[in-house]
Design a protein around this ligand. Sequence first.
Ligand code: ZN
Length: 68
Amino acid sequence: MIAEFDLGDVVLMKKPHACGENEWTIIRVGADVKIKCNHCGRIVMLDRADFVRMGKKILVKKEQPSEA
Ligand SMILES: [Zn+2]
């Protein structure tokens, strides 16, 4: 489960994509979460609750711009 996530994070899901890849980039965060397969580019939209449940872990945390 992935409780906290941000746009641009690379995540691992519990189930890999049909193409065999299991790295996804979060491209939209809202009531729904859109993730894009890092291998084939396919975009999947999930309810936020489904994403949290089906997410396994965050692989790469997008760097947040530092507040100067
Ligand atoms: Zn794919």
